[in-house]
Write a protein that binds this ligand. Structure first.
Ligand SMILES: Nc1nc2c(ncn2[C@@H]2O[C@H](COP(=O)(O)OP(=O)(O)OP(=O)(O)O)[C@@H](O)[C@H]2O)c(=O)[nH]1
Length: 233
């Protein structure tokens, strides 16, 4: 699926094709984490407009599913985010693993009510590092389902400590309450953009993590010479 801001498809009426061509960069970002931590729900909440009726329960992801959205950073270029929703289930691991190499951003997602999913975060982090090598992707740790306070079993402090030890930022999100969903993607995109500006991440020809999207030439307004004003005399 390819959803844009406003939840329309590529040719949808809310985002004319011109806007895509205005983008400066494309960043490839994936959500990784155990099965059922809420990756699909978080991503759908980000790329789709709020639905009037309760959204259907997501099916477990099979392999990898694709979404996208265009983001305008304040005082920065327009960025097309190519968003990959990966299956958390072990049986899809060899499929999902083959995508890690071409990522520039990763949301490592655990469920705050599922201790095991938190304990597996280092495994997911290592999975990407062992494929890419260090310093290639920017990570953000996400404690998801923050609306379920009464059943949570991972504290904010523990998660912040883990994030600090892995050199990343931590945020809590909820797809149900739409809490910090926009913020999570803004924080990750801004960090990638800064790393790019500072030269910590580089554009590479054979790497899909970051792509430059050339701007379309802007049509010039007709000049006065070509269209003189009508004679007033
Ligand atoms: N309370 C609550 N439940 C959520 C939230 N996000 C997702 N869920 C529920 O968690 C369950 C799993 O959600 P998914 O989005 O399918 O999880 P996933 O990580 O994509 O799962 P896989 O595709 O199997 O890897 C579903 O029943 C969702 O409705 C949230 O923010 N709060």
């Amino acid at each position: 699926m390819d959803a844009w801001r406003g939840g329309r498809g590529r040719a949808g009426p809310r985002l004319p094709a011109m806007e895509t061509r205005d983008c400066g960069y494309q960043f490839r970002i994936a959500l990784l984490g155990d099965a059922a931590v809420g990756k699909t729900s978080l991503l759908r909440r980000y790329v789709r407009p709020p639905e009037p009726q309760a959204a259907a329960e997501p099916e477990p992801t099979v392999g990898v599913e694709f979404y996208s959205r265009v983001l305008q950073l304040p005082a920065g270029p327009r960025i097309k985010l190519q968003l990959w929703d990966t299956a958390g289930h072990e049986r899809f691991r060899c499929i999902t693993r083959s995508f890690y190499r071409s990522l520039v951003g990763v949301l490592l997602v655990f469920d705050v009510t599922n201790r095991e999913s938190f304990e597996h975060i280092q495994y997911w982090h290592q999975e990407v590092l062992s494929t890419q090598g260090p310093d290639k992707a920017i990570f953000l740790l996400i404690g998801h389902k923050s609306d379920l306070q009464s059943t949570r079993c991972v504290s904010t402090q523990e998660a912040e400590d883990l994030a600090a030890s892995l050199g990343m930022t931590f945020l809590e999100t909820s797809a149900t309450n739409n809490c910090n969903v926009e913020l999570a993607f803004d924080v990750l995109t801004t960090a990638i953009q800064q790393a790019l500006q500072q030269g910590h991440i580089r554009l590479e020809e054979n790497w899909g993590g970051v792509r430059l999207i050339h701007n379309a030439p802007v049509p010039r307004p007709p000049s006065r010479k070509q269209h003189p004003a009508p004679c007033q005399c």
